[in-house]
Design a protein around this ligand. Structure first.
Ligand code: COA
Length: 163
């Protein structure tokens, strides 16, 4: 799974996507601190313990560097994290299987990219991108031209220590 890069200089519009989701009862916002445990449970149930641990890092930031998608402003149906794995990284992200394909994943992704842009970055790294075509389609992201052993997931020593 390659890392991907996308530009934050000009992002696709989000307002219309959010309006369309709202008519279906879905809203996107940052999780409240008191939703930390329910988000953790959602990620563990549908995805993985590892992803839940990455999401936990987002609550160390103010504002929290993640977004959730809610159905009827109650039930978490999706999430996206940024500035979690490492600085400037997007991910992990996931949408509950029963509501995939409705535009929720794209909205979470685009909201997170705006979050990264607000932090001052002009490119975002999509770490270990699984659905490469999803990222390509939504923002024109490109796989970085390096082997994944050059990325952060396969290091056995912190970069720079032995230089
Ligand atoms: C990837 C994921 C977050 C997408 O969420 P989603 O809500 O289903 O996506 P959307 O409905 O917003 O799709 C947006 C566009 O991407 C396309 N798309 C969605 N998933 C795709 C995929 N896996 N591959 C290629 N295109 C995809 C949709 O068809 C849609 O295209 P359109 O705008 O032309 O209609 C979701 O499928 C998921 O949770 N997957 C499992 C977890 C995962 O792989 N996370 C990524 C880790 S790096």
């Amino acid at each position: 799974m390659p890392d991907m890069l996308c530009s934050l200089v000009k992002l696709p519009p989000l307002r219309e996507r959010l309006a369309a989701l709202r008519t279906d009862g879905f809203t996107i916002r940052r999780p409240h601190p008191w939703e930390r445990e329910s988000l953790d449970a959602f990620v563990r149930l549908h995805f993985s313990d590892t992803w839940a641990q990455e999401v936990s890092v987002t609550f160390a930031h103010q504002p929290v560097t993640s977004f959730v998608a809610l159905k009827d402003n109650k039930e978490i149906v999706g999430f996206a994290a940024y500035e979690a794995t490492r600085k400037d990284y997007f991910g992990p992200t996931g949408v509950s299987p029963d509501v995939q394909g409705k535009g929720i994943g794209a909205a979470l992704f685009l909201a997170s990219l705006r979050g990264l842009r607000e932090l001052g970055y002009t490119y975002a790294i999509i770490g270990g991108a699984g659905p490469v075509d999803f990222y390509r389609r939504v923002v024109g992201a490109q796989p970085v031209p390096f082997d994944d052993k050059d990325g952060i997931y396969r290091i056995d020593e912190e970069p720079g220590l032995s230089e």
